[in-house]
Design a protein around this ligand. Sequence first.
Ligand SMILES: CC(C)(COP(=O)(O)OP(=O)(O)OC[C@H]1O[C@@H](n2cnc3c(N)ncnc32)[C@H](O)[C@@H]1OP(=O)(O)O)[C@@H](O)C(=O)NCCC(=O)NCCS
Length: 341
Amino acid sequence: MTAITWSRAESEEGLVPFDGRRHLRQVAELIGAVFADELDTSGRSALQEMEVVSRLSPLLGGLLSSTFFSEFVLGYVWVDNGSVVGNVTFQRTEMSGTRWRISNVAVAAEQRQHGIAKALMQATLREIAVRGGSWAVLQVRVDNSAARHLYQSLGFADVCQDGIWQRPPLPITLLPEPPADGAAEVSLRRLRGRDWQDRLELARAARSQLAYWAEPVDASNYQPGLGKLIGEALGNLTGFHQVARWGGWHNGQLLGAVEAVAANAGNQHQLRFDVRPGAPAGFAKVLIRQGLRFLASAPIRPIVAEHSGDDSEGVAALQACGFRPLRILLTMRRLMTPADV
Ligand SMILES: CC(C)(COP(=O)(O)OP(=O)(O)OC[C@H]1O[C@@H](n2cnc3c(N)ncnc32)[C@H](O)[C@@H]1OP(=O)(O)O)[C@@H](O)C(=O)NCCC(=O)NCCS
């Protein structure tokens, strides 16, 4: 990797290690401008918090930024004529681990294609290697060809795709359709709380090894804790928030499951499904249609489904049922080597 030199803090030009006291407000402004179309409500409030912290910090003698940001959040900025025009943030994913997450890669629109992002990324990778990191991991929208090109040129490889799909708020009319071969033989039944271990095992089987590397399935999403049971029971009772699950077994094994959440008092319904690799063709569609049939009696709202973008049959089934991709994130990773130091 090419050697990188950066300017001294006093001169503040070019590549500079991120310092919360000096750069936080400008970084928040840059990220707000570059990702204006993409930030959801939580992203916007996180940015507002960054701006508040940057204003409070001088009053607190730099305490907030110097401890929090130097310990947990690292980064580089690119300064041009005293203004921050580029940023990269990186942090260890878990305290004891050697995996690092890179985020907030942004260059001001008028400064692009001059090698700024590449210089920021190279400095970041070197710093991760110096700190003993073994993997650098990031996420990028699949349709962001400029950023994907940048990461590929630095040695990042694809890991998995996670998609958010949305069905517009239209009435649900499901015409009967001839069941696909094989899928017809698997009949669905309502899942109960006691089926949680089968659902967890299915979710693990449905995730590819690489996807599992990126994010293992969280067992607590399936374990029926008392709080969750009461919450679901109350939701069903009041009609505010109704949850229903179905599954199809074959030879004692859960082949697929669907969960539909009718948020009668909220602004969108949710649908989630898993299909075991090797399940009969067409089974994903059977599951989605079952969930939609349940949601057909709820108020008309958008329906959001989170599903792996790597599951081509599941994706085709979502599209056939009227879902369109809202955002598909590609996880990429790069193995750090001694040459990076
Ligand atoms: C993606 C982004 C950070 C690139 O910044 P940049 O400073 O223009 O990138 P660089 O000039 O360092 O270019 C790095 C490489 O990407 C290529 N590249 C940059 N922009 C490109 C574009 N629009 N189309 C094709 N390739 C592009 C460059 O040619 C270069 O390739 P090379 O190393 O093979 O020569 C910038 O476009 C940006 O801020 N976009 C909006 C925010 C964003 O999408 N961030 C990434 C989120 S994951």
